[in-house]
Write a protein that binds this ligand. Structure first.
Ligand code: DGL
Length: 272
């Protein structure tokens, strides 16, 4: 099956990477809207219009199902997309439910973009699953900026994390929900800040599992096989994917090399 996956930028690549591990026999079209990133600072109307155009584009390229690999676009545009198109469209929302269910009594922090934090979709989710009011919310838009610059570690990132969390007592937290797909790249920096005492919960596995369910696909029995590129730029497991940056197919060596580095970073993050 041909599956279209889109995001404002490279965050969605973490969802594609998860799909490579669990659904390696499918074909993918990956779309990063590099001309409009960050969505987290746009208006709902703008995001809806980008999401509609991208979905149309992916359908024209042969996608038989769409994954909105972006919590921000899901929170404002998913209903609109589902009513405009008839193929299966899966969205993403911060994985608050598994975080609440998988932990006992300490606090949980949801980090996401300002749009995701503001939207009713997250309020409704908290209303349903956060009965004990253990969840706090924090917008971290600069993570998107750092990620797009491929700056995942280092003094500026650490300082940003320290500043953003400065009004909270980190020892009170048992989990951090990564409510934006761009944030996956920062897991090592977040682990370091929390001295490995907070569980980092993302929605990628849940999304791919759901996708497999909806499409009736069988998940891989060897999901831990390495997915990375060797020194000759060859992917260790060959999975057919067309990459697009805002409607343009990625063909030049510089951008392809960028994507390879990101996949290798995601593989590193997965095993560390
Ligand atoms: N990766 C996106 C998300 O999951 C959006 C980041 C952005 O463009 O602000 O929310």
């Amino acid at each position: 099956m041909k599956i279209g996956i889109f995001d404002s930028g490279i965050g969605g690549l973490s969802v594609l990477h998860e799909a490579y591990h669990h659904l390696p026999d499918q074909e993918y079209i990956f779309y990063a809207d590099t001309e409009h990133v960050p969505y987290g600072l746009k208006t709902p109307e703008q995001i809806k219009s980008y999401a509609r155009d991208i979905t149309q584009f992916l359908i024209e390229k042969g996608a038989e199902a769409i994954v909105v690999a972006c919590n921000t676009a899901t929170s404002v545009a998913i209903r609109d997309l589902r009513s405009s198109f008839s193929l299966p469209i899966l969205g993403m929302e911060p994985a608050v439910k598994p975080a609440v269910e998988g932990t006992e009594d300490k606090r949980i922090m949801v980090i996401a973009t300002p749009v995701t934090i503001r939207e009713d979709k997250l309020r409704d989710l908290l209303h349903r699953v956060d009965e004990d009011h253990r969840v706090d919310l924090l917008a971290m838009p600069r993570f998107v900026e750092f990620a797009e610059k491929e700056e995942f570690e280092g003094p500026e990132v650490s300082e940003y994390i320290r500043q953003q969390f400065s009004s909270f007592n980190k020892s009170e937290y048992c989990a951090v929900v990564l409510g934006c797909t761009h944030f996956n790249y920062f897991k090592p920096s977040l682990k370091k800040y929390f001295n490995d005492n907070a569980l980092l919960v993302d929605g990628n596995f849940g999304t791919i599992h759901h996708l497999a369910d909806v499409l009736g696909l069988k998940m891989s029995e060897t999901p831990d096989n390495e997915v990375k590129f060797d020194d000759n730029h060859k992917m260790l497991c060959q999975i057919k994917t067309d990459y697009y940056f805002s409607g343009k197919m990625v063909e030049n060596e510089k951008d392809l090399e960028h994507l390879r580095r990101l996949h290798n970073r995601l593989e590193f993050v997965r095993s560390n």
